[in-house]
Design a protein around this ligand. Structure first.
Ligand code: KMH
Ligand code: ZN
Length: 303
């Protein structure tokens, strides 16, 4: 009997896009973030993608100290692969954004492959009564540009690369794939490239099946067999995009960073609930979730 293809599930447990008064299930404190990551790993996630927040009002916190409490607890309780954000919040400086990964030297760090308009304001329609002023200012800001210039990307590559950290290359549009190709040609990155194509985030490519096909075709042409493909769909697109990509040979990312939902108008009550749904989808296709060590092998991580 042929062995099922192994699918790497990444779970992004809290992020810096959603804010606490949008959903009571969004992890905020270090203990909540640790529990969410450990629960997601138990449910089948091989990789956990981590941001930190101020335990008081939940605003994004990119200080290395804010990550330390939950990193220790997660390492104690799980062998999952840890992926620390270098995106932080799009309003932060590049130096601030890189510091937690530089300090904690994770196996993986996210790396955003291009600058873009970053539209959170459409969420104001769904969440008109945000509690904190900072939430209203942040989500309502129509002038956010997520800065990832070539020099800034190079700064992150040359700061974290020598520490043995590998990257989750976040590509929100076709141009970002070409930017990654540039760094490959320059020898600043090496395969296997873990490419996370992002769909349906305002300012990036849409979430139509044509968009998924287009990004996959472009990545196949630019990188051939030198990359591992993964997808994330923002908001209501999360599970449909995951199902499409799993059927096309891809890996998937879920988690409350990218979507607060488990179904139409239904809040996910935990990250583990989204991971369990993702497992149902891939097992339904005759595939199986990769273990953390299988993911380490597929991604050639330092372990
Ligand atoms: C769409 C995702 N929020 C992309 C992300 O996870 C960015 C990062 O942390 O570097
Ligand atoms: Zn993130």
């Amino acid at each position: 009997m042929a062995k099922p293809r192994k699918v790497i599930i990444t779970c992004a447990v809290t992020g810096a896009i959603h804010t606490p008064s949008m959903s009571e299930f969004l992890p905020v404190t270090p203990a909540e973030i640790a529990d969410a990551a450990i629960g997601a790993a138990k449910a089948g996630a091989a990789v956990v993608h981590l941001h930190a927040r101020d335990p008081g009002d939940g605003r994004p916190d990119q200080s290395p100290e804010a990550f330390a409490p939950f990193l220790g607890v997660i390492k104690q309780a799980s062998d999952c692969v840890v992926n620390i954000t270098t995106g932080g919040a799009p309003t932060m400086s590049i130096e601030e954004r890189v510091r937690p990964a530089e300090t904690h030297r994770p196996e993986i760090a996210s790396l955003n492959m291009g600058s873009m308009n970053f539209g959170l304001f459409p969420m104001l329609k769904r969440f008109p009564d945000l509690k904190h002023q900072w939430e209203r200012d942040y989500v309502g800001n129509k002038n956010i540009i997520f800065n990832n210039a070539f020099g800034q990307i190079e700064y992150i590559l040359t700061t974290l690369g020598p520490l043995g950290t590998k990257f989750e290359f976040e590509c929100y549009d076709t141009a970002h794939l070409y930017n990654l190709k540039h760094f490959l040609d320059e020898g600043l990155v090496e395969g296997p490239l873990f490419i996370q194509t992002v769909f349906g985030l305002m300012g990036g490519i849409g979430a139509h099946p044509d968009d998924v096909m287009h990004m996959k075709r472009t990545a196949d042409r630019l990188f051939g067999d030198r990359y591992i493909w993964s997808v994330l769909g923002a908001g209501k697109n999360q599970l449909p995009i995951a199902a499409m990509a799993a059927a096309m040979g891809g890996n998937i990312r879920v988690g409350l960073e990218d979507s607060l939902w488990i179904g139409p108008g239904q809040f996910a009550q935990s990250n583990a609930e989204q991971v369990a749904k993702a497992c149902q989808i891939i097992e339904g296709l005759g595939l199986a979730p990769a273990t953390p060590d299988e993911a380490r092998e597929m991604l050639a991580l330092k372990g």
